[in-house]
Design a protein around this ligand. Structure first.
Ligand code: ZN
Length: 384
């Protein structure tokens, strides 16, 4: 069989409506390494879905030839709740309308339940610990009785990802260069650096030690780091490498990009031993990993409209003008403008479009920098 497909049925929230999530499986159930990959948790972010559109026939072909050594689970559109958010001829998809929470926050931290179930049994055998932790985490999810649609989505999706060796959560930004978010513990394995090189990431940022916000990729990875902190005498490896892949801009959806991204993801899976074969030599990494505390975030302080001086992927210097917020009713020319400047040397990797409305507290841009910035230490990495 080239692939298996099944659907997760979510509980109905209103009379006459019901939604499902399609899950595609390649390779052998239970085989290692296991890759879990999803796209469009923010439902109007389709570059990852497009990459999967090109990747799935490649995986089906590899599976037919018996080349897949491990197990690969793909969920091309993981969020049917967000997919259904058509509002006044626009597609929303980022926030759950019922609770106003960002769909990529509040994923389930399983550290507590795992600690209670197997904490006392964790010892010096790293592989035995990994097996026990994965089993306990899965059992905790199976024991949960979620009441509503979103909570069921989280539980069912984490059942697919919690025991994976590699978790890739495919997103995009409004206007951005390809970039990655990960955690410090994930870096020494080398798989992130290889992914950054294979995908051509222009900025790779790591949380230290793990993100404060419970993003999907953060939650999958952080459980291992948190258990390591709780049980310093037990051997607990970072058994899941988890990463948020920001696949450029919302409108960067094309056959050329999707096909190239699919080939890059496939090659990376060959490199990790998930698919048989020999991977092409690793390309030189475009940017070394840098700390999240080195990421400069431009917050607007006023109202007006935006005009930018730099594009995603541009290298910038500390003090360089990044954008202006223009007060439309101020007749004094340059005095109508408030200019925002970079607080680091680095790469501007995401911004909004020219002409966008600006409001106080709005994130206008992000810049990856090599060194921690005083005004960023202790702040959450993603606050919109
Ligand atoms: Zn997103």
């Amino acid at each position: 069989m080239a692939f298996k497909k099944h659907a997760i049925v979510l509980p109905s929230m209103t009379p006459g409506s019901s939604r499902t999530i399609s899950v595609l499986r390649f390779g052998k159930t239970g085989a290692r390494p296991k890759v879990y990959m999803q796209a469009a948790i923010h439902a109007n972010e389709m570059p990852g879905t497009m990459a999967m559109h090109h990747l799935m026939p490649m995986l089906a072909e590899a599976d037919k030839k018996g080349l897949i050594q491990g197990e690969i689970i793909l969920v091309p559109t993981v969020n049917p709740i967000g997919q259904s958010q058509l509002i006044g001829n626009s597609h929303a998809g980022r926030y759950n309308m019922l609770s106003y929470e960002n769909f990529n926050r509040n994923w389930i931290d399983l550290t507590g339940p795992v600690e209670v179930a197997v904490g006392k049994k964790l010892g010096n055998d790293a592989q035995a610990n990994v097996r026990a932790i994965r089993k306990a985490a899965l059992a905790a999810l199976k024991a949960m009785k979620p009441l509503n649609e979103l909570q069921t989505l989280r539980v069912e999706i984490q059942k697919l990802s919690v025991d994976a060796d590699y978790v890739l959560d495919l997103h995009c930004d409004i206007y951005a260069a390809l970039h990655l978010f990960t955690a410090k513990n994930d870096l020494p394995q080398g798989a992130i650096q290889a992914l950054a090189a294979d995908l051509g990431s222009q900025a790779t940022m790591y949380n230290d030690p793990y993100p404060l916000a419970s993003t999907f990729s953060g939650t999958n990875s952080a459980m291992w780091a948190k258990l390591g902190e709780k049980f310093p005498n037990a051997k607990i490896p970072q058994a899941c490498m988890s990463v948020t892949v920001e696949m450029r801009s919302q409108h960067d959806v094309s056959d050329a990009l999707g096909s190239a991204d699919a080939k890059n993801l496939y090659r990376w899976m060959v490199r990790q031993g998930v698919i048989g074969g020999v991977a092409a030599p690793l390309q030189k990494i475009k940017a070394p990993a840098s700390p999240m505390s080195g990421m400069d975030v431009g917050y607007s302080r006023g109202t007006g409209f935006l005009v930018y001086h730099v594009k995603p992927g541009d290298k910038v210097k500390k003090g360089q003008a990044i954008c202006d917020v223009i007060d439309p009713a101020n007749p004094q020319g340059p005095k109508a403008r408030t200019t925002y400047k970079s607080q680091t040397d680095g790469v501007l990797f995401s911004r909004r479009f020219d002409g966008y409305l600006s409001w106080p507290g709005q994130v206008m841009y992000r810049i990856s920098g090599p060194l921690p910035l005083a005004h960023r230490i202790g702040m959450t990495g993603l606050d919109d």
